[in-house]
Design a protein around this ligand. Structure first.
Ligand SMILES: [Fe+2]
Length: 251
C-alpha cells in the first residue's frame, strides 16, 4: 500500500495464484477447441501464440468468441478480483463497481497496434484504478510503461502535442523516468487511472497476454463513461445492502 500512496501504482503478488492458474487453463482449453490445436502444451500456447500462424480473419473471430466467453462467465472476474482482494479492498473500500466487459489483450511480437502515451482519466473516472494482470511473465518490452505520480504531474503539459521535438522529449522522459516493472505470472500492477502510461511495442520473442480491468468505488464520481453503460455493481457492503433494501421497501 505504501507504494500506491507514494507513486500511485503498485506491483502486487496474488494471494491466490491457483485462481489465476485455473483461469489460464480455462482460456487454454477454450482456445485449443476454437482454433483446433492439438498436442500443444499450455506453456507453448501462451508464449508462442504468434508462431501458430493463425490468419487475421480467424484471429478476429477467435478474439470475439474469447471476449464473449470471458465476459459471460461471471466467475472469471470474481477469481481475478479474489486473487488480489486484500489490497483491492484497501484501495477501493467494500462497495465496488467493475467494468462490464472482460477482455484479455493478446499482443504478438512486433505488433504495431500500440496506444500512445496516455492516461485513462478523465475519459474514465479519476476515482478509478486499472488492474493489469498478465497471464505470462512480463519483462522488458513485454511489460507496461508507467510514469509515477510525480513524473505524470511534471509532464502532463506535453501530452497530445503534435510538435516532434516535444514528442521526442516525452519519449526520452518515458525511457529515463518511466517504470517498466518485471511482472511474473501471479503478480499484477495496480495503477491510478490518472497516471501516464503506455504498453511498448513487444520486442521479445513471446506473446503478451494481459487483462486490464477498471475498478472504482461504487459511490465515487463517474467519468465520461457512465455507470450502467460501462460498469456493473460488483460488491456491496452490508450497510449498502441494508440501505438498498430500505429504499426498495419505501418505508
Ligand atoms: Fe490505458
Amino acid at each position: 500500500m505504501k507504494n500506491f500512496i507514494k507513486n500511485s501504482f503498485i506491483l502486487v503478488d496474488a494471494e491466490k495464484i491457483e485462481l489465476l492458474a485455473e483461469l489460464k487453463k480455462d482460456i487454454y482449453f477454450f482456445s485449443c477447441k476454437e482454433l483446433s490445436l492439438k498436442k500443444i502444451s499450455i506453456d507453448y500456447f501462451y508464449k508462442n501464440f504468434h508462431k501458430l500462424k493463425i490468419s487475421k480473419l480467424r484471429l478476429n473471430k477467435y478474439r470475439l468468441k474469447l471476449l464473449k466467453f470471458l465476459t459471460s462467465n461471471v466467475s472469471f472476474k470474481k477469481n481475478i478480483y479474489d486473487s488480489y482482494s486484500q489490497i483491492l479492498t484497501k484501495i477501493l473500500g467494500p462497495d465496488v463497481a467493475i467494468q462490464k466487459s472482460l477482455n484479455v489483450v493478446i499482443h504478438q511480437p512486433d505488433n504495431m497496434e500500440i496506444s500512445p502515451l496516455h492516461r485513462d482519466a478523465p475519459e474514465n473516472s479519476p476515482y478509478e484504478i486499472v488492474l493489469w494482470v498478465p497471464l505470462v511473465d512480463c519483462y522488458n518490452t513485454k511489460s507496461i510503461y508507467l510514469l509515477d505520480k510525480k513524473n505524470t504531474d511534471a509532464n502532463l503539459k506535453y501530452l497530445d502535442n503534435k510538435n516532434k521535438k516535444i514528442n521526442n522529449y516525452l519519449n526520452r522522459i518515458l525511457k529515463t523516468k518511466g517504470k517498466l516493472p518485471n511482472i511474473k505470472f501471479g503478480q499484477a500492477v495496480i495503477f491510478w487511472a490518472g497516471l501516464l502510461h503506455t504498453v511498448p511495442k513487444n520486442l521479445e520473442n513471446e506473446t503478451r497476454w494481459t487483462f486490464n480491468i477498471r475498478l472504482k468505488n461504487l459511490f465515487s464520481p463517474y467519468g465520461r463513461k457512465g455507470f450502467l453503460d460501462y460498469h456493473e455493481v460488483f460488491k456491496k457492503s452490508h450497510l449498502t445492502k441494508l440501505g438498498l433494501d430500505f429504499e426498495k421497501k419505501k418505508y
